[in-house]
Design a protein around this ligand. Structure first.
Ligand code: HEC
Ligand code: HEC
Ligand code: HEC
Length: 393
């Protein structure tokens, strides 16, 4: 009798059903980009800079001493959907539980099934290195009361299945709003979802259909191509988005990327976070000359770019109200995402050693207000602020 049970159990272990459910859990890791924050082996130790100080991500491998090996399935569900770890420990929203709360219990259970099977790694992490008073974990109780209203994703019957899948991914596992939704002074989402937000020297652009700053002029295919390869003929992903593309969106299924595109294209246009600049004639003149010398070789005199260099004309990244991302790009340079479909990302050289704050401000003011672009002028002070933040990191 015993033997039979054992044989049945073994059969179950090697059955395609089990393999499929581990695969399903592994795919949830991709959708949620757990590796982006908890590291490739999920053993944590990745430093996250937040406006409130530093956090180092915990070890989420099944190691019993330093990881989450003592979690039950319910402990895991609570951490993902309520921001509550065992022992009543309130998690900080640097772990995107406000988004993961929208995941279905089935998807969370599949994710747990997979996490139990990854290699346990011993790695003790000191997670909370936030500044006073933010280091006081109990303060999260007030934060949760004010800003956290966990609600599982509710299907919208008036929309297509693809739209609903897209909305589920964007607002849930994909946690796109963690970067793209503007935040209030406490780091909580404002109501204007996905209309663009500054983060640590970058700007995550408006993803609504606004024609100026948003994705109004992008087709569904443009969005799919960008998320799959990190580039399209309108833009190129760099910084935090290049990482999100490499770890997460480039590994999503075609159907899921299409669903995200269907949903994003249906978002009503925000009123734009941009707006033109006035009184910038002197900056425009100086910027035009400097642009032709330093930038035109790759981005073209007409700002049209080429096959491997992104266009600056009509590029929403260039037109966001905050210029942080592009200032950083010019000072520090950048390397596009390397993905399975486009393995080597072309590079953008660093100009910090060559151009002064004034010169960078002039070039970017010109780029932001030429070839049909319109956006506020860039000041030398903004360039100086980002230059010193780069020294600090
Ligand atoms: C944007 C960064 C980020 C992403 C993405 C992220 N996490 Fe986290 N996670 C954190 C941080 C930071 C903490 C520590 C929070 C704290 O201690 O208050 C954390 C804590 C946790 C904990 C609690 C560990 C403990 O202390 O007991 C679990 C479990 C967890 N994450 C699982 C996941 C899973 C699974 C995914 C992918 C679906 C994921 N995380 C994605 C940043 C992230
Ligand atoms: C860790 C932060 C982060 C997350 C998470 C994130 N993004 Fe981004 N995203 C950015 C930043 C920063 C940029 C600007 C990149 C640049 O300047 O090259 C960007 C750019 C984009 C763009 C190009 C917009 C344009 O106008 O050029 C699209 C489209 C996009 N993201 C979609 C998404 C979607 C969909 C998700 C969720 C699946 C997502 N992002 C998640 C930070 C993030
Ligand atoms: C040697 C070629 C080269 C030169 C010269 C160059 N760039 Fe770039 N630039 C690139 C590449 C490649 C990228 C994409 C890299 C990435 O996304 O990480 C890029 C990206 C950018 C972006 C971000 C576009 C986006 O969609 O995210 C801006 C803005 C930019 N460059 C402005 C400039 C300016 C201004 C100059 C002159 C000061 C300049 N570039 C000079 C190659 C170049």
């Amino acid at each position: 009798m015993k033997k039979i049970i054992l044989a049945a159990a073994l059969a179950a272990l090697s059955s395609p059903a089990l393999a499929a459910s581990t695969d399903a859990g592994k795919y949830q890791v991709v959708l949620g980009d757990c590796e982006g924050c908890h590291g490739k082996n999920l053993a944590g130790g990745v430093v996250l800079t937040t406006p409130f100080g530093k956090m180092v991500t915990p070890n989420i491998t099944p190691d019993k001493d330093t990881g989450i090996g003592n979690y039950s399935a319910e402990d895991f569900r609570q951490a993902m959907k309520a921001g509550l770890a065992p022992g009543g420990k309130l998690l900080y929203p640097a772990m995107p539980y406000p988004s993961y709360a929208r995941m279905s219990d089935g998807d969370v259970a599949a994710l747990w099934g997979y996490l139990k099977t990854v290699k346990p790694v011993k790695n003790q992490v000191n997670v909370n290195q936030l500044r006073f008073p933010f280091n006081l974990r109990f303060a999260m109780r007030g934060w949760n009361m004010l800003f956290f209203a966990p609600a599982p994703y509710a299907n919208n019957p008036a929309k297509s299945a693809a739209w609903n899948r897209g909305a589920y991914l964007v607002s849930g596992a994909g946690h796109c709003g963690a970067c793209h939704t503007p935040k209030n002074a406490f780091g909580a989402d404002k109501a204007t979802a996905l209309t663009g937000a500054a983060l640590q020297g970058w700007f995550a652009p408006d993803l609504t259909s606004d024609a100026g700053a948003g994705l109004g002029s992008w087709s569904q295919a443009d969005i799919v191509e960008y998320l799959q390869t990190g580039r399209n003929n309108r833009s190129m992903a760099s910084g935090p988005m290049a990482e999100a593309v490499e770890n997460s969106t480039s590994k999503m299924t075609d159907a899921d990327l299409k669903a995200i595109a269907v949903y994003l294209k249906d978002l009503p246009a925000s009123r734009g976070n941009g707006g033109g600049a006035t009184g910038i004639e002197a900056q425009m003149k100086s910027g035009a000359v400097l642009y032709d010398i330093s930038c035109a070789a790759c981005h073209d005199r007409n700002g049209k770019g080429s096959l491997i260099f992104p266009p600056l004309a009509g590029n929403p990244t260039v037109r966001q109200v905050r210029a942080d991302s592009i200032v950083r790009m010019v000072l520090a340079g950048g390397k596009g995402a390397a993905t399975a479909k486009a393995p080597t990302g072309p590079g953008m050289p660093s100009f910090a050693w060559r151009l002064s704050d004034n010169q960078v401000a002039d070039i970017l003011t010109y780029v932001r207000n030429n070839w049909g672009n319109r956006a506020p002028a860039v000041s030398p002070e903004t360039v100086g602020r980002i230059r010193s933040s780069l020294h600090g990191s």
